[in-house]
Design a protein around this ligand. Structure first.
Ligand code: ACO
Length: 311
C-alpha cells in the first residue's frame, strides 16, 4: 500500500538511510534523480571535449599522458553515472538520444572554448575545484547508487584539481608571457565556474525538494560561497588575481564577499546560445554516429553468443 510505503521511505530518509533501486520511492524522487544524474553524466561526457582538444598539443609527453588519463577518467565518470541512472528505469540509449537531440541539459561550463594551454590549468583548478565542492556532499546523497558512484569520482576529481593547479603554478612562475597566459585563462574561467553551482537559491526551483529528500545537502549559494572561500587563498599561492574588484574578506560574515554574477550570460548558455553549445553537440553526435558499427557488432556478437548458449 502506497501510504505505508511512503511512510517507510520518509522514515528511511529521516534516519539518514539509503534508498536502493528495488525500494519503493515516490515517482517525483525517481524523476528528479534521473534528471540530476542524467545531467551529471552528460556533463562528464561533454566535458571531455574542451580538454580532448589539447591532448595532441600538450607541451610534453608527460603532460600529454596526464591529460589523456584525466579525460579517460571523465569518460569513466560518465559511464558510472549513466549506470546509476539506469537503476532508476531509464536506459543509456534514451539518455544519449536526448543529449544529441539537444533536449537534455549538461553543465553550462563546458560551453566555453579552450584556446590556450593555460586553459587546461584553469579547468583543472577552477572547474574541477568547483566540481569537488559540489560533489563531495553528494557522496551522502540518499540514493545509494549515486552516492557510491560519487566516492570514486571525487577521489579522481581531487587529482584533476591538483594537476590543474600545478599547470598554473608552473606557468605563473615561468616567463612573463606564460604568466600572462595563466592570468588570461583564470580571467575567462572564474565567472563561469561560479555559475556551475546553479542559479541563486531564490531562483532554484528544484533545491527545496532535493534538500528535503537529502539528494542535495547544501544549497547552490552555500556551495558557491564555500568554493570562493577555498579558492581565494589558492589564487594567492599562484600569484594570480581573480577578476572581481568586489572580492574581499568580510570579517563579520567570516566569508569572502564577491561581485554580482552575470545571470543573463548563464541563461543564454542554458538556452543553447553559449560560445560552444553547437560545436559540443555536433561533436557528440558525430562520435555517436561514427561508433554505430561498434554497437552493431557488439549486439551481433551478443546475439550469436546467446544462440550458442541456447543450443
Ligand atoms: N549548467 C546547466 N544547467 C544548470 C546549471 C548549470 N551550471 N545549474 C543549474 N542548472 C539547471 C538545472 O539542471 C535545472 O534544470 P531543469 O530543472 O530544467 O532540469 C535548472 O537549471 C534550475 O536549477 P536548480 O533548481 O538549482 O537545479 P538543481 O537543484 O538540479 O541544482 C545542480 C543544479 C547544483 C547543478 C545540481 O543538479 C547538481 O548538484 N548536480 C550534480 C553535479 C553536476 O551535474 N555537475 C556537472 C558539472 S561538474 C563536472 O562534470 C566536472
Amino acid at each position: 500500500d502506497t501510504t505505508e510505503a511512503q511512510a517507510e521511505f520518509d522514515a528511511r530518509i529521516a534516519a539518514e538511510g539509503r534508498i536502493e533501486p528495488r525500494d519503493w520511492m515516490p515517482e517525483a524522487y525517481r524523476k528528479t534523480l534521473i534528471r540530476q544524474i542524467g545531467q551529471h553524466a552528460h556533463s562528464e561526457i561533454i566535458g571531455m571535449q574542451p580538454e580532448g582538444n589539447w591532448i595532441t598539443r600538450a607541451p610534453s609527453l608527460k603532460r600529454k599522458s596526464i591529460l589523456m588519463a584525466k579525460v579517460q577518467d571523465e569518460a569513466g565518470h560518465g559511464l558510472y553515472l549513466y549506470s546509476a541512472a539506469e537503476t532508476l528505469g531509464i536506459d543509456r540509449d534514451t539518455m544519449t538520444e536526448q543529449l544529441i537531440e539537444g533536449t537534455a541539459r549538461y553543465s553550462s561550463i563546458f560551453n566555453y572554448p579552450t584556446p590556450t594551454w593555460a586553459d587546461m590549468g584553469a579547468i583543472g583548478w577552477l572547474v574541477d575545484g568547483a566540481a569537488i565542492c559540489n560533489q563531495v556532499p553528494l557522496c551522502r546523497a540518499s540514493y545509494g547508487p549515486y552516492a557510491r558512484a560519487m566516492v570514486r569520482i571525487c577521489k579522481e576529481e581531487s587529482f584533476h584539481q591538483r594537476q590543474g593547479f600545478e599547470i598554473l603554478y608552473e606557468l605563473s612562475h615561468g616567463t612573463e608571457a606564460q604568466k600572462a597566459m595563466a592570468q588570461d585563462a583564470v580571467d575567462r574561467w572564474w565567472w563561469p565556474s561560479l555559475m556551475m553551482f546553479g542559479p541563486p537559491d531564490a531562483d532554484s526551483p528544484n533545491s527545496a525538494q532535493s534538500m528535503a529528500w537529502k539528494i542535495k545537502r547544501f544549497s547552490n549559494d552555500e556551495l558557491r560561497q564555500r568554493f570562493v572561500d577555498m579558492t581565494v587563498p589558492q589564487s594567492e599561492v599562484l600569484g594570480l588575481t581573480l577578476p572581481d574588484p568586489d572580492l574581499k574578506w568580510n570579517e563579520d560574515r567570516g566569508h569572502y564577499d564577491f561581485g554580482e554574477i552575470d545571470w543573463t550570460e548563464f541563461k543564454e548558455v542554458l538556452k543553447g546560445r553559449g560560445p560552444c553549445n553547437h560545436l559540443r553537440i555536433a561533436n557528440r553526435k558525430a562520435a555517436h554516429d561514427n561508433g554505430a558499427w561498434v554497437r552493431e557488432a557488439a549486439s551481433a556478437y551478443a546475439a550469436k553468443q546467446s544462440r550458442r548458449t541456447a543450443d
